[in-house]
Design a protein around this ligand. Structure first.
Ligand SMILES: C[S@@+](CC[C@H](N)C(=O)[O-])C[C@H]1O[C@@H](n2cnc3c(N)ncnc32)[C@H](O)[C@@H]1O
Length: 253
């Protein structure tokens, strides 16, 4: 088994266990981030949209209200089941779903007007490969949007350690400059850079077995007042809370 297929197995294992909790967590449907995502995508009523690594279809279903048709693709079948359930609950007809890999998209060149992916690049071993595939399936003049956590450069190593403790399928979160650099390397023209902070309760994002190590890492930051992880953590009545640093980058193809 090669490194790619081992990593994909880790992804499927992690997101099969987390498919339902992820789908139900309110922060993933938070209005401010979704409004900013849709504003960056500039979707017209005639547009065909692709949501890459769509998970439970939260972005895909929101985009479907503005588009002619949306396709969602994800590596994890349990996530696609969640997406189908979300579509049915919303009574939306203009979506379809595929199981597949972001780095080898099963679509013809230039078959979409808008290609988006949210919270996925930090799970990929080679996000540049996925961006190249997103570019290939987007028509010339179309738009590509990537939304992901982008730690500050001086916090990237600690941020990755924290995320890997919580989720063994984490690879590395790009800094904003690294993400913008991937777009430049792919020959894309930058259109929009935006950001938002997503407030999270640590205990809702991690397995109980991993909480002691995570708590210790966050407590070291909170006690020292040094924001080494770069997420402005604090201890609230219900446990450790923090702010994911999210960036949105949209490019014209
Ligand atoms: C954190 S979830 C984000 C889901 C969704 N995009 C959202 O924002 O709600 C990451 C998703 O990426 C998917 N994923 C990871 N690597 C992938 C790959 N190589 N190809 C397709 N999907 C992948 C996982 O299965 C999971 O559903």
């Amino acid at each position: 088994m090669n490194d790619d297929s081992q990593h994909n197995d880790r992804i499927i294992s992690q997101f099969t266990r987390w498919a339902q909790p992820f789908a139900e967590l309110p922060i993933h449907s938070a209005e401010d981030g979704m409004a900013r995502t849709l504003a960056a995508a500039v979707i017209a009523p005639t547009d065909r949209v692709l949501d890459v690594a769509c998970g439970p279809g939260i972005v895909a279903c929101a985009a479907a209200a503005h588009a002619a048709h949306v396709t969602g693709i994800d590596l994890t079948p349990a996530m696609i089941e969640q997406a189908q359930a979300r579509q049915a609950a919303a009574g939306l007809a203009n979506l379809d779903w595929r199981t597949g890999d972001a780095t080898a998209l099963p679509f013809a060149d230039a078959s979409f007007d808008r290609v988006v992916t949210r919270y996925s690049f930090h799970h990929l071993r080679e996000p540049g490969r996925a961006l190249a595939e997103m570019r290939r399936v987007c028509r010339p003049g179309g738009r590509i949007v990537v939304i992901d956590a982008t730690p500050a450069p001086e916090c990237q190593a600690a941020y990755d350690r924290m995320e890997t403790l919580r989720d063994p399928s984490h690879t590395s979160a790009l800094t904003l400059d690294q993400l913008r650099g991937l777009g430049q390397a792919a020959g894309l023209e930058e259109a929009i850079v935006d950001s938002y902070r997503l407030e999270a309760l640590l205990a809702t994002l991690a397995d109980a077995d991993d909480m002691a190590a995570l708590d210790a890492m966050f407590d070291a930051d909170i006690a020292s007042g040094e924001d080494r992880i770069g997420v402005q953590a604090w201890r609230a009545a219900d446990g450790v809370r923090f702010l994911f640093p999210i960036s949105i980058v949209a490019w014209r193809r």
